[in-house]
Design a protein around this ligand. Sequence first.
Ligand SMILES: Cc1ncc(COP(=O)(O)O)c(C=O)c1O
Length: 422
Amino acid sequence: MSDALDVFDRRESEVRGYVRAFPTVFDRAAGSTLVGEDGREYLDFFAGAGVLNYGHNNPLFTRALIEYLERGGIIHGLDMATSAKKAFIEAFERLVLEPRGLDYKLQFTGPTGANAVEAALKVARQATGRSNVIAFTNAFHGLSVGALAATGNSHYREAAGITLDDVTRLPYDGYLGADVDTLDLLEKMLDDPGSGVDLPAAVIVEAVQGEGGINVASVPWLQRLRAVTAERGILLILDEIQAGVGRTGAFFAFEEAGIVPDLVTVSKSISGSGLPMSLVLLRPEVDVWKPGAHTGTFRGNNLAFVSARAALENYWADTAFVDGVATKSALLAEELSAIAAEHPELGFVVRGRGLMYGLACDADRGLAGRISKLAFERGLIIETSGAHDEVLKFLPALTIADDELRRGLAIVRESLAAAIAE
Ligand SMILES: Cc1ncc(COP(=O)(O)O)c(C=O)c1O
């Protein structure tokens, strides 16, 4: 195995990350299975950190992409109008916006989540003429400088090399314990001229924090956050980059709260196929951009538009997909609760929604990492999250079969037993 990775160790920057956690050379993939160059199979509970909600190489998208390539469809188009982009916008309007009564303009940004966040923060600041933004503890919004200022984790912040300004940090739901409504503090600070918090342009929030440790904002908390921001003319940005596109059991993670954000960032699974693509959804009043004021060469990944449209048409035209996610979510939650109950001495906390779950262990913060490593040896890819990497993070494809889900959970059980025995 070390020989196979030699060139990466020799030539790839020290910044490389996942290759260290999952040290093999991957070659092929289908659904929830990855295959290494050495022919070894791995079950995937990671899904490209939320990019592969519909599984690897979903044949529905592969077919659409091959047909498009074979007919000579435009691949790169900056932000020019193309038939692939037109078909995507029409499908998004028909299958996502209209059924939910949402009226958003679509901004196609550069293809990373971070670029969508940069754009959302920039336009919120322009629209309000204010610079401060409120972000929450354990938030992850990306690593370019504007997005990084809103990201909480010091591991990433220390890499910036400059001061990260114009963001005020406040506690996320549950940060001060289950009995404290952290929005009391937010509201007080906004209304107290002595608080030292400048009236913000926006509040940016994840409905479920992925990288921050699978922390779930409650419905009443999100509803109150919407009310508090609306009353004060503060824009509300929902970062749906990881929790969106069905991950929590609805297209948008904020849907359950019945709120309408002013801006929404979408990326990762929006293209379905894993091809890079990002979007900002803007309420029309907030769309104060001047033409070309936020550009980027790769805003027109037409292959991504083709698979994104195929994903919407195949999975979001009725409720079958969402119903399937609900069934699998119940299975996952039940199994994780059983694992937690079997080990009261470890004080596991199970958190999550849909197919985005965490098994948190504060009593032994290295345990999740050890389980992840032992699981990899047993053929399961599963990562950790949280400020101390103390949360084992379950993010299987939404298309995973029940028996695959059970098989992966059995590997987690075995790996936990092995970690305890070590
Ligand atoms: C909620 C959230 N926002 C933003 C980002 C940044 O996306 P990208 O890594 O594509 O820049 C991520 C990535 O994990 C994320 O989870």
